[in-house]
Design a binder for this molecule. Structure first.
Ligand SMILES: CC/C=C\C/C=C\C/C=C\C/C=C\C/C=C\C/C=C\CCC(=O)SCCNC(=O)CCNC(=O)[C@H](O)C(C)(C)COP(=O)(O)OP(=O)(O)OC[C@H]1O[C@@H](n2cnc3c(N)ncnc32)[C@H](O)[C@@H]1OP(=O)(O)O
Ligand SMILES: CCCCCCCC/C=C\CCCCCCCC(=O)OC[C@@H](O)COP(=O)(O)O
Length: 396
């Protein structure tokens, strides 16, 4: 290398470090978060309103109503994807075999994912975005999430399968929701966290006692999967779904990523290992399907163990670039909504009465409390007691 090149490269490094630091500092500022949340909340409410307006269309042209709601839903969920991909710059790496890769996004699939991380759903969404199925993606979600503003309301129109996590109550409604998806007009991925709840040490300990009582091998990195929902999904979606994508997620450097971290611009490195399993190869009979799922989780456990030992999953890495659409969607909403906000602020500064200033501040406080509450829904230490109850053990 010539001395001149060395000088230039060093100079580049010196100038980029302070500007990088400045950008990071900016990303950590409360005011930036407030603006991001403002765009998210106001655009989300507008989208929810538009979704509400599609209600009469469902009776006239159901398939069209579904397609419109996919696009509207995308406007909300892609903002969170943009936050992960463009704001925090989180890198998502896909480990999978090259034969399966071309099928992703081109067929209906049931996705099975481990449930250890606060942003696992967001990483899932990111992969959906990259394969073009974000607006149509589905999940078996706990009923409580249906009441989360914007996201839960959006899900209602996207025909998400909600469950109370009590099989006696869920059997009928879950089967009905799954049957609904049989004539879905677009390709979709249906996500299942078969563990049913996020991993905690206590939940793990209890679920391993259940495993022991059932004569099943212990898992180190997973809770024992709840099998009923998966078996009924396989039965109900046979002929609609062609494959199960067994997906195992982990993060480099033993990170425990959080949504707060993402909002503050912290970059994480997510690794996802996906195996495509044809649905035809999964047994229909409930007992056999249950055994199949337990075996799958034992295999997932070995992949996680390998990741813990080596820092990578088996299988080749497929390069998968982020697409610009999530960012463009955010820029669209930001340009539509930030301008009136600016005008309002100027007006408040110039002519606002005490009452209008106080009301505006109150709206800001209510908005930021609402977002904090929503973020709280993703936090494991505020999680449910499902799988935590020793009493359930006595039933087995
Ligand atoms: C190429 C790229 C590929 C992939 C990309 C990745 C992902 C992208 C895909 C899509 C993205 C889409 C959307 C994502 C966005 C957002 C998602 C966000 C959040 C939603 C997540 C949730 O809400 S998770 C919680 C709700 N979901 C579930 O619970 C699903 C799993 N559960 C079930 O299926 C259950 O069976 C049920 C809910 C249907 C019913 O619950 P129930 O508790 O009654 O279950 P079971 O009857 O099955 O369980 C009872 C049996 O379990 C035994 N057991 C095990 N452990 C315990 C324990 N700790 N305590 C007590 N009992 C336990 C028990 O012994 C029972 O045994 P039996 O022998 O009697 O069956
Ligand atoms: C573009 C900027 C946007 C910034 C503002 C973001 C604010 C929105 C924040 C959150 C939206 C709520 C998403 C809820 C999804 C939660 C998924 C989840 O992980 O649920 C847990 C469930 O599986 C199991 O629950 P338990 O472990 O039993 O308890």
């Amino acid at each position: 290398m010539l001395q001149q090149d060395i000088d230039l490269s060093l100079r580049g490094r010196w100038t980029s470090i302070p500007s990088m630091g400045l950008l990071q500092l900016l990303k950590s500022q409360f005011l930036c978060h407030l603006l991001l949340c403002y765009v998210f909340l106001v655009s989300g409410l507008l989208v929810n309103l538009l979704q509400l307006c599609t209600l009469p269309l469902w009776a006239i042209n159901r398939q069209l109503a579904r397609k419109i709601n996919c696009r509207l839903g995308y406007c909300i969920s892609s903002q969170m994807v943009a936050l992960l991909e463009w704001w925090s710059g989180t890198e998502c790496t896909l480990y999978t075999d090259p034969e399966s890769y071309p099928l992703y996004g081109k067929e209906n699939a049931i996705v099975i994912l481990n449930h250890n991380f606060e942003i696992d759903f967001l990483c899932g969404w990111t992969f959906c975005e990259r394969f073009g199925v974000l607006g149509t993606s589905k999940v078996m979600a706990k009923k409580e999430l249906a009441y989360v503003p914007l996201i839960g309301w959006m899900w209602y129109f996207q025909e998400i399968v909600f469950c109370k996590r009590k099989w006696e109550d869920d059997r009928r409604t879950v089967i009905k929701s799954l049957h609904n998806l049989r004539d879905y007009p677009e390709n979709f991925w249906f996500l299942m966290f078969c563990e049913g709840t996020r991993f905690t040490e206590k939940k793990h300990q209890i679920s391993m006692q259940v495993a022991e009582s059932k004569g099943l091998p212990k898992l180190k990195h997973h809770l024992l999967p709840r099998t009923k929902g998966f078996c009924v999904s396989v039965q109900s979606l046979r002929g609609t779904v062609t494959a199960v994508y067994d997906s195992t997620l982990n993060f480099k450097n033993n990170e425990t990523p959080t949504l707060r971290g993402i909002l503050s611009g912290k970059k994480y490195y997510a690794d996802l290992y996906v195996r495509r399993i044809p649905l035809d190869s999964i047994p229909e009979d409930e007992a056999e399907c249950t055994a199949w799922l337990h075996k799958l989780y034992q295999e997932k456990d070995t992949f996680q163990e390998q990741y813990a030992q080596t820092g990578s999953f088996p299988g080749p890495v497929m390069s998968l670039a982020r697409r610009p659409w999530a960012l463009l969607n955010w820029l669209f909403w930001a340009s539509v909504l930030l301008y009136p906000l600016l005008l309002l602020l100027l007006w408040l500064l110039q002519a606002g009465s005490t009452l209008t200033v106080v009301s505006s501040l109150t709206i800001c406080v209510v908005g930021s409390v609402a977002v904090r509450w929503m973020i709280g829904q993703t936090e494991i230490n505020r999680g449910s007691s499902y799988g935590n109850k020793e009493t359930l053990l006595n039933n087995n």
